[in-house]
Design a protein around this ligand. Structure first.
Ligand code: SF4
Ligand code: ZN
Length: 305
């Protein structure tokens, strides 16, 4: 009979394919919390006194980040708040916003809801109705980062925590490698390293947790999460790479870990060789940090003016 490796409980909820470890509900929650908090310490993602803003979509990953970082808030190590960005994706985002609010309310953290409509004057649906050449995720990612950075500054947060998990991170590595975007590869990591004062440091506390386990964590903790998929995600290159990685992981359960470890080893060499130190300027339109006179978000915004 299968028993929990930690306490002997016969009701196991996970048998980890990569390590063979079996855990019951309680031990899975405890060991996942310990692992994430240990990763945070080991990689120095958070320091005492930080004000951390969680980018809370309402999905399982960001809800889990909020739940785990709340331990540090309860121990008065950090100040914690959440922000939800409503991109304006009809029939999808409304539930995410509602569920995000429930999670913030449940633990009593300050929660701000901001929208594309309010910050850029258009919903993502409006933008896509007019767009012929670009993928929704391109606009969505650029505007989300732009808005997040502004909200963090408005709220006096010095760290932004996102829910990127192991699957997301290995997808990014593979996508950029396959597309030959070596410059982008040099920017992938557990913590953004921009020293420019207008940028808030971004951290990924779940970078070493597989997506399967973030889903299980939400169930085990009985956290309300938004499970629907974004209607724009279906045909993206990321989705194809995600499917490929999931498929190959069935026969090679440690492949995502080894991709990540290998990447982290070659990253310093890549940085040395390929990362350009681009002088930072201030965008002439919005005042946000930019690598040119006009930032990417404002160059998109100009398309509709
Ligand atoms: Fe935005 Fe693309 Fe994510 Fe949808 S899948 S929320 S469009 S980045
Ligand atoms: Zn700008």
């Amino acid at each position: 009979m299968d028993l929990c490796d930690k306490c002997g409980n016969p009701q196991i909820i996970i048998k980890k394919k990569q390590s063979g470890q079996m855990l019951c509900q309680e031990c899975f929650i405890k060991s996942t919390n310990e692992k994430v908090l240990k990763d945070i310490r080991r990689q120095k993602l958070i320091e005492k006194g930080d004000k951390v803003l969680v980018a809370l979509s309402g999905g399982k990953d960001s809800v889990m980040v909020l739940d785990i970082l709340n331990n540090l808030r309860k121990r008065r190590i950090i100040d914690l708040m959440a922000v939800t960005i409503d991109e304006g994706i009809g029939g999808y985002r409304e539930d995410g916003v509602r569920i995000a609010a429930l999670n913030a309310e449940r633990i009593g953290v300050n929660h701000k809801i901001v929208s594309f409509k309010e910050y850029i004057g258009h919903t993502l649906d409006d933008i896509m109705a007019d767009s012929v050449d670009r993928n929704a995720c391109t606009y969505c990612g650029v505007f989300r980062r732009w808005i997040l950075n502004q909200v963090a500054r408005e709220e006096g947060a010095n760290k932004i925590a996102t829910g990127h998990n192991l699957d997301d991170e290995t997808q990014s590595i593979l996508m950029n490698y396959l597309e030959g975007n070596i410059q982008n590869l040099t920017r992938i990591g557990v913590k953004s390293q921009s020293n420019y004062e207008g940028f808030t440091v971004k951290i990924k506390p779940l970078r070493e947790i597989p997506e399967k386990e973030t889903a299980l964590y939400a169930i085990a903790r009985n956290l309300p999460v938004h499970l629907a998929g974004c209607p724009y995600a279906g045909d993206s290159f990321r989705a194809k790479i995600g499917t490929f990685l999931k498929q190959i992981s069935k026969d090679h359960p440690t492949i995502m870990y080894s991709t990540l470890r290998g990447f982290d080893k070659i990253k310093p060499v890549l940085k040395e060789e390929f990362s350009k130190t681009v002088p930072m300027e201030v965008c002439q339109d919005c005042g946000e940090p930019s690598t040119g006179k006009i930032c990417k978000a404002c160059s998109f915004r100009r398309l509709w003016d």
